[in-house]
Design a protein around this ligand. Structure first.
Ligand code: SF4
Length: 183
């Protein structure tokens, strides 16, 4: 049995800024796997922000990164507190892999909005993802995990006689932990 942490919105939890969820079929399929324990997390809710809420982006200056809402409120402390609380949850559950919502200022793993609230994206990671990685955790997005799943299936094709095979979610999670690159 292994533990995987997954952004709660990918599991259908309506915790996004707009009160919606972003369910991912592969993320949801881990819930059905008896050999995997799924730990949902939402750093922004853990940090005390309400749902729905004004959307936030990370705004960079020379010396620091702040989380600001579209209306101009500073929510950096809430983001930091949520990231720390999520990390504590992940550590307490000995999580081996984190699947996190791409593009989010908290959960993004390879790209985020650029802080201008104009829809422009840049390379970067969310505040929680950064903290998780600083603590040695492997974080991949819901997009990257799909690519890795295809790669994993191709490598194990000879052991798999059926497209709808009973894939081994625990083996896959441990394989991703060993083989995932930074994004
Ligand atoms: S903070 Fe993460 S888990 Fe929460 S809604 Fe945003 S992307 Fe989803």
């Amino acid at each position: 049995m292994v533990a995987i942490a997954i952004s709660a919105c990918l599991l259908g939890e309506p915790c996004r800024w707009d009160g919606q969820a972003k369910p991912s079929s592969l993320a949801l399929s881990f819930i059905q796997a008896p050999e995997v324990s799924v730990i949902p997390f939402c750093p922004e809710v853990l940090g005390g922000l309400s749902t729905p809420r004004d959307p936030s982006e990370l705004v960079r200056s020379d010396m620091s990164v702040c989380a600001m809402t579209r209306a101009g409120a500073h929510v950096t402390d809430a983001f930091r507190m949520g990231a720390k609380q999520a990390l504590a949850q992940l550590k307490a559950n000995n999580v081996v892999l984190v699947i996190a919502k791409e593009g989010s200022p908290s959960c993004g793993s390879s790209r985020i909005y650029d802080g201008s609230f104009t829809g422009q994206m840049i390379e970067g990671e969310g505040m929680s993802t950064q903290l998780f990685r600083q603590n040695g955790m492997v974080v991949v997005s819901e997009e990257r995990i799909m690519d890795l799943f295809s790669e994993y299936c191709a490598k194990h094709a000879d052991e798999c006689s059926d497209v709808a095979c009973g894939w081994d979610a625990e083996d896959f999670a441990l394989w991703v932990q060993k083989n995932a690159t930074i994004n």
